[in-house]
Design a protein around this ligand. Structure first.
Ligand SMILES: Nc1ncnc2c1ncn2[C@@H]1O[C@H](COP(=O)(O)OP(=O)(O)OP(=O)(O)O)[C@@H](O)[C@H]1O
Length: 313
């Protein structure tokens, strides 16, 4: 139904002179969903994000935020969201609490409500113990959490996150993911761009892959991974002399080509192929062929990305 979608992008196109940056892109994001926008450098993500956040006009097509048209109902559309970016709008000379209070007042909150909201956010983002310290003492991760907190001061229904964890260490990245998941649990809708496929995999309910301004594919990460390829099975054979015999045994069982890389036999299965692993192991053992390593590698979003995008070059 119409009002179940927080974001609707319909046939949006944008050209810069002769260069088509975004070409006929359509997608919807349901309320309460985390939607990931992925693509190689120059794919058109930033241009798309600028249009969705009303900073840039599309040439054709339309964008609705909670049903409000970003061009004809721009003011209402703007009230539906908040954006965080890689460059933060926070004042480095002030403390975290002071920054939050300023943004709260700018958002029209009374002095008392602003104090309460700032304290809530400082607690939620694990900044309460450093709330009154100058920002110069803050780490990159703390600044990023403060940036996210600042963008939430007006309790936006939709949040746009442009590469929220770029440059953060793995521990801080996980903290940010938890903060984002918490937001969604409280009813927000999140659209994020990321260059980390693992991030999209962990966080996003659905993702869209963009390349050369076009939407290549959209779907649930798990489905996309299944689409590009099956599970990879790797057997490392101890005795190099027995490699081709081992390969014959495997090919007889799996009825498909088995490739060789150094001492490793590799076969890519669909989901039914997993039933054959036992037979392979038994027959290799019966033939006295020793396996030193066995790996089962599920398809990753990296496989999806590499297989489906071309990138700038
Ligand atoms: N103002 C502009 N004028 C001319 N060309 C532009 C302009 N903005 C973007 N482009 C071009 O449009 C294409 C899409 O750029 P965009 O910045 O949206 O990509 P992106 O997916 O955000 O890339 P990145 O991950 O590198 O930030 C690129 O080829 C870029 O050079």
């Amino acid at each position: 139904m119409y009002d179940e979608n927080a974001i609707e992008v319909r046939n949006v196109q944008k050209k810069f002179a002769e260069k088509t940056a975004v070409q006929d892109i359509s997608f919807t994001v349901k309320k309460g969903e985390i939607f990931g926008l992925l693509g190689p450098n120059g794919a058109g993500k930033t241009t798309l994000l600028k249009m969705v956040t009303t900073l840039l006009h599309q040439d054709t097509g339309e964008i609705l935020l909670n049903g409000f048209n970003t061009v004809t109902e721009r003011r209402m559309a703007r009230q539906q969201f908040s954006v965080t970016g890689q460059t933060t709008a926070i004042d480095q000379d002030l403390s975290a609490r002071e920054n939050l209070l300023i943004f709260a007042r700018l958002n029209g909150l009374s002095r008392r409500v602003a104090q309460i909201r700032a304290a809530e956010l400082l607690t939620d983002f694990d900044l309460i113990n450093s709330a009154d310290q100058a920002l110069v003492t803050f780490s990159g991760g703390m600044r990023r959490r403060l940036d996210l907190a600042v963008s939430l001061i007006g309790s936006p229904s939709i949040l746009f996150l442009d590469e929220p964890t770029t440059g953060l260490d793995p521990r801080t990245r996980i903290q940010m993911w938890q903060a984002i998941q918490k937001l969604v649990a409280n009813g927000s809708t999140v659209l994020l761009t990321t260059q980390y496929l693992e991030e999209a995999d962990q966080l996003a309910d659905r993702i869209a892959l963009i390349d050369h301004g076009e939407m290549i594919v959209t779907g649930i990460p798990k489905e996309l991974k299944q689409k590009v390829g099956g599970t990879k099975l790797q057997f490392e054979v101890l005795d190099l002399q027995r490699l081709s015999q081992a390969r014959n045994i495997m090919e007889n069982i799996v009825k498909q080509h088995v490739s060789v890389d150094d001492q490793t036999l590799i076969v890519i299965f669909d989901s039914t192929g997993m039933q054959l692993v036992n037979s392979i192991l038994n027959q290799l053992q019966d033939s006295g062929i020793l396996i030193t390593n066995l790996r089962i590698v599920p398809p990753s979003l990296d496989d999806v990305f590499l297989k489906m995008t071309v990138g700038k070059n």
